[in-house]
Design a protein around this ligand. Sequence first.
Ligand SMILES: *[C@@H]1O[C@H](CO)[C@@H](O)[C@H](O)[C@H]1NC(C)=O
Ligand SMILES: *[C@@H]1O[C@H](CO)[C@@H](O)[C@H](O)[C@H]1NC(C)=O
Ligand SMILES: *[C@@H]1O[C@H](CO)[C@@H](O)[C@H](O)[C@H]1NC(C)=O
Ligand SMILES: *[C@@H]1O[C@H](CO)[C@@H](O)[C@H](O)[C@H]1NC(C)=O
Ligand SMILES: *[C@@H]1O[C@H](CO)[C@@H](O)[C@H](O)[C@H]1NC(C)=O
Ligand SMILES: *[C@@H]1O[C@H](CO)[C@@H](O)[C@H](O)[C@H]1NC(C)=O
Ligand SMILES: *[C@@H]1O[C@H](CO)[C@@H](O)[C@H](O)[C@H]1NC(C)=O
Ligand SMILES: *[C@@H]1O[C@H](CO)[C@@H](O)[C@H](O)[C@H]1NC(C)=O
Ligand SMILES: *[C@@H]1O[C@H](CO)[C@@H](O)[C@H](O)[C@H]1NC(C)=O
Length: 510
Amino acid sequence: MQILSIPNFVMFLLLSLLPIALAVDSQSLDGKYSCVGTFIFGRHNDRVAKPANYLTTLGAVEQVESGTFYRERYFGLDEDGNSVNSDFVINGLDPQGYFVYGDTYAQCPASTVIEYSQMSFLQGLYPPSTAVNTNETLADTQDSELSNGTSVEAPLGGYQYVFMDVQSETSDDYFWIKGDENCPSSDAAIDAWYDTEAFKALNSSTFDFYQSLADLLPSTKFPKSKLNFGNAMNINDFVFVESIHDEDWATKWNSSLRYQIATLADAAQWGISYDASNKLNNFTIGGQSLLGASLTYLNATKEKGSPYINYFTGSFNTMYQIFGLLELNQISDNFTGMPGYGATLVWDLLKDTSDNYFVQFSFKNGTDDDDELVAYPLFGLNSTVLSWDDFVAKTEAVSITNLEDWCGKCSSTSSQCTRYSSTYEQASEAEDKGIDLEKVADGSYHLNKLTNAGAGGIGAGVTIGVFLILGALVFAWKKLRSKKAPLLPVAKTVSRETKAENSSASNAST
Ligand SMILES: *[C@@H]1O[C@H](CO)[C@@H](O)[C@H](O)[C@H]1NC(C)=O
Ligand SMILES: *[C@@H]1O[C@H](CO)[C@@H](O)[C@H](O)[C@H]1NC(C)=O
Ligand SMILES: *[C@@H]1O[C@H](CO)[C@@H](O)[C@H](O)[C@H]1NC(C)=O
Ligand SMILES: *[C@@H]1O[C@H](CO)[C@@H](O)[C@H](O)[C@H]1NC(C)=O
Ligand SMILES: *[C@@H]1O[C@H](CO)[C@@H](O)[C@H](O)[C@H]1NC(C)=O
Ligand SMILES: *[C@@H]1O[C@H](CO)[C@@H](O)[C@H](O)[C@H]1NC(C)=O
Ligand SMILES: *[C@@H]1O[C@H](CO)[C@@H](O)[C@H](O)[C@H]1NC(C)=O
Ligand SMILES: *[C@@H]1O[C@H](CO)[C@@H](O)[C@H](O)[C@H]1NC(C)=O
Ligand SMILES: *[C@@H]1O[C@H](CO)[C@@H](O)[C@H](O)[C@H]1NC(C)=O
């Protein structure tokens, strides 16, 4: 496992002396390629200190700005509907910037801050529009003309309802964004980091510094016993959030102190995100899953032509893991630092004039105009534009692309993994052989029938007790599945489950 042996600010000084040859700002396609789709992974925005359950007004404003930025990029339209120049305009998106179901696909976990961040980004991407009132084709699709001759104007200034595929913790698609949750292997790998010599050395060398913060932090939240490197992330979170929101606290901390607290937190987070000796360390399972999503969803866009824009919203810890998996830390030490609020990772699907596909990765470290979207080469390659086949091969090597693999790698006992467990397989086998396990579970199955089934091939060692357990499990599992929301179509040809509930899963890394 590798940690930063040189303090971050020294690295920063060293790096700023190096030519930044690889980080080319190549947000122009020179007529060589056209953009046909994209996959964006965005961080949530400004929230209160943890545990946080709402997005602040500032966070909402910044997310709308970010959505506006991508509207200009992919629609070639500003927020008022005026044309702007962009090499990345995707043909097929509505020319007036109106949301057409299936054009944009947005996915997020059912977790307040992340969900609201996604919603406000989408409000910037698809601002209120009167297009439906002025364009006959669109008005038609919305049935604005009634049988009695009345034509109805859109409410809320033409507010656009953009479809969001919100995942609950037990959904099959939950792991794409939150692959680190309900994942015992990932938890164990993180715990293991706290036992390393690297962690212990940092914990002791920074101990006096953290203790010196006693008068600068609330003693109720951070008693002296908690002032150490083991709490680097929580301490930084408090300082970062209150620097933005609380004038009294903000004046207690000067910028060099905040910088020191932030870079130590970066070192702590990087320690549980990157293992130089094993890139696929179990603590990167969340990052591996999101990379699997980039591959799976971009491939669907390539195969089916749409959705044109895929936008997923999640957390910073996944981003640190991705930076290591994509080898971006080899390009710049900046990638071992906390991505800004609303930061976006972008995989653009490009096509040349001979119908060959390519992928270009870019990163925008926040939502301000100053935060430029910069293209970076991935996997230590020398070009920012990867052929589709290279993208697939290189990404597949560091990603998890289906639920069954995720369940296995995590050793997860989450309910969506039940069907892959050996118990469930045994139960299915028993059912295939004609044993009604639900009846076994509720006691209405006659035992002599079990004996008959045994004669039909069920192993002689399988006892009635085992059937009872299997039956109960399957019964519980089926009940759980049947409570799920009905299937709704999502993309033109893909079906996914939706469950727009507000209940939030853990905000641990939000
Ligand atoms: C009206 O909307 C349709 C569907 O989005 C679009 O194809 C067409 O170009 C629009 N017409 C005008 C005049 O903007
Ligand atoms: C037409 O129907 C709508 C909806 O029911 C109603 O609000 C409106 O008053 C009706 N207009 C006329 C002219 O009857
Ligand atoms: C870090 O060091 C402090 C002081 O020795 C200790 O109390 C704490 O348990 C250590 N943290 C971890 C996670 O080992
Ligand atoms: C910043 O704050 C720390 C802690 O209070 C203090 O030790 C340091 O001297 C301050 N630095 C400057 C430049 O004011
Ligand atoms: C892309 O989708 C096609 C069609 O569904 C499938 O055959 C192929 O295996 C997929 N490729 C990847 C890399 O997922
Ligand atoms: C790293 O970040 C600094 C400060 O934002 C910036 O000046 C520098 O260009 C970045 N380096 C790379 C390689 O992106
Ligand atoms: C993003 O910005 C933060 C400071 O807000 C910095 O620590 C980090 O290194 C930056 N990341 C990149 C890739 O430039
Ligand atoms: C870039 O990499 C490719 C494949 O590894 C190699 O063929 C090519 O010569 C390299 N180009 C440069 C400019 O290094
Ligand atoms: C990672 O998790 C898997 C599945 O639980 C386990 O088999 C493997 O030993 C773990 N790897 C390490 C290095 O602990």
